[in-house]
Write a protein that binds this ligand. Structure first.
Ligand code: NI
Length: 250
């Protein structure tokens, strides 16, 4: 169930039964020679939409812009600075909380968002905790789940790619995005086959020096749509398991 496809009356009806929601969050950033700029948003929203359909969970619009500062030396990357992303997330959460949502499950597709998501949660919790108990609205529980770190997904990536999975423009995320957008598949030979490894904590120019074609440690030419289908199924199961543990849904 996608929030964007409901009427306000249908949202009101949902809220009488359930007060939990998934918010997909990604990034708009380079993903190497064969990965789509939208990879980090496409992957979690594809999984979230399926969980929403299978289990009747509401899914909010995707937060497609994330914290992608280190990718800015590559054309197409659009980044929010951490303070901007915190402000966007804070207003999103205050809106949802105002309507009575009590459990907000972020499904994240970008490692570079994790620290900022955590800071945004701390900001919102601090704001609520600093208020007088009488003034504060109802309960609010927040969690972040990284689709790429789910146990079934990790096991599948290890068995298909081993060390060639890498840490950015990974074979698994390229495969899942291709499954979601088969018309956008690009066959490109990688040179060198395995990209260099290292830290992404640097400015954009230095990142491009360290990782000239944008990949980190990966060989995403191993990806395929069929692999993507398997990552999709693995991730839906990972996410539903985590979602049930967070919300207590059956
Ligand atoms: Ni990515």
């Amino acid at each position: 169930m996608r929030l964007q496809h409901l009427t306000w009356q249908e949202v009101e009806t949902y809220l009488r039964q359930r007060t939990d929601i998934i918010v997909p969050i990604g990034s708009t950033e380079q993903h190497g020679p064969n990965g789509l700029v939208g990879t980090d948003a496409i992957c979690p929203e594809t999984v979230a939409w399926e969980v929403g359909e299978r289990y009747g969970v509401l899914v909010a619009p995707t937060q497609s812009l994330g914290m992608a500062q280190h990718h800015l030396a590559f054309p197409g990357t659009i980044s929010l600075r951490p303070s901007t992303l915190i402000a966007v997330l804070r207003d999103t959460l205050l809106s949802l909380s105002r309507h009575g949502f009590t459990h907000v499950f972020f499904l994240n597709g970008h490692g570079g968002n994790i620290a900022t998501l955590s800071a945004a949660f701390a900001e919102v919790y601090a704001e609520r905790s600093l208020l007088d108990g009488d003034v504060r609205r109802g309960e609010l529980n927040l969690t972040n789940n990284n689709w790429f770190a789910g146990p079934r997904v990790r096991k599948l990536a290890e068995s298909l790619y081993g060390d060639a999975e890498g840490t950015h423009a990974t074979a698994s995320e390229v495969a899942l995005s291709w499954f979601a957008r088969p018309d956008a598949v690009k066959q490109v030979e990688m040179s060198p086959r395995l990209a260099p490894q290292g830290s992404a904590q640097c400015d954009a120019e230095e990142f491009r020096r360290r990782f000239p074609d944008g990949r980190m440690g990966s060989d995403p030419s191993l990806a395929s749509i069929e692999h993507g289908r398997r990552f999709f199924e693995a991730s839906v199961d990972d996410v539903w398991e985590a979602y049930r543990a967070f919300t207590g849904r059956e």
